[in-house]
Design a protein around this ligand. Structure first.
Ligand SMILES: C[S@@+](CC[C@H](N)C(=O)[O-])C[C@H]1O[C@@H](n2cnc3c(N)ncnc32)[C@H](O)[C@@H]1O
Length: 231
């Protein structure tokens, strides 16, 4: 029950889940977060969390949104008129959908490029902050998470904001029970990480937590860490 890591043609690790974001998936993903009251509410709450995380990080002037997906947070990121916004994703289709569907006054602020979070084509400290929403909960292997975190820490000059699923709440306990029943499933692409484990990963990547914002304390698995780069 693991996320599969293989090496792509370029030698950069390629995860099974990374292959699924084709054109039709991109269309579904774009539409999904605006559908129904529950989803719209959770999208709003997540945006509030991510805005707060950037505030804790000192409202950085240059941000890399990775993976940006279809640009769910671009409007929020663009609230600061002088912020430079880089947006990267492994899926070209996700990026294109976002660039076509988001408002033009927002997309003209975006500098998009395709890349893997394992290998970001930017120099050391190229952006003040890396903003990473909904990626790490797809990464089942500790080494893969660490490799990505190290790469984000390399590119950030000051901070990294990451959202992921953590334990210590009602939903995580419920999920654990569900997973125990589903043991035979060949492949899993979403994972809850123990706080202790991820916080040790941050430390190894040279990142120090300076804040944590929970989606809904004691209930939800979603949490965003604000991490300061340690020199
Ligand atoms: C659940 S979506 C999250 C997108 C966006 N952050 C959001 O919250 O709406 C996950 C994204 O990760 C991207 N992705 C998958 N593997 C990746 C990798 N190795 N490097 C960078 N992006 C990756 C996918 O293409 C997809 O757009």
């Amino acid at each position: 029950m693991m996320s599969k890591t293989e090496n792509g043609a370029s030698g950069i690790p390629l995860l099974e889940f990374s292959k699924k974001y084709d054109e039709s998936q991109a269309r579904c993903y774009f539409e999904k977060h605006g559908k129904g009251f529950g989803r719209r509410l959770s999208n709003w709450r997540e945006t509030v969390m991510m805005r707060k995380s950037l505030k804790l990080a000192g409202n950085p002037k240059t941000v890399l949104d990775l993976p940006s997906g279809t640009g769910r947070f671009w409007e929020m990121l663009a609230e600061y008129p002088d912020r430079e916004i880089y947006a990267a994703d492994y899926s070209f289709d996700m990026l294109i959908r976002g660039l076509h569907m988001r408002p033009e006054h927002v997309t003209r602020r975006i500098r998009p490029f395709r890349c893997s979070a394992f290998s970001i084509p930017l120099g050391d400290g190229a952006v003040e902050s890396v903003f990473c929403a909904r990626l790490l909960h797809h990464i089942g292997e500790r080494e893969d998470r660490l490799a990505m975190l190290k790469e984000m820490a390399r590119v950030a000059s000051q901070s990294v904001c990451v959202s992921l699923w953590i334990d210590g709440n009602y939903k995580a306990r419920r999920r654990r029970k569900l997973e125990a029943r589903r043991r035979k499933k060949r492949y899993q692409n979403r994972f809850v990480v123990e706080r202790q484990v991820i916080e040790e990963g941050f430390r190894q990547a040279g990142l120090k937590p300076i804040g944590r914002i929970d989606f809904m304390k004691f209930y939800s698995m979603w949490s965003t860490y604000v991490l300061r780069k340690v020199f």
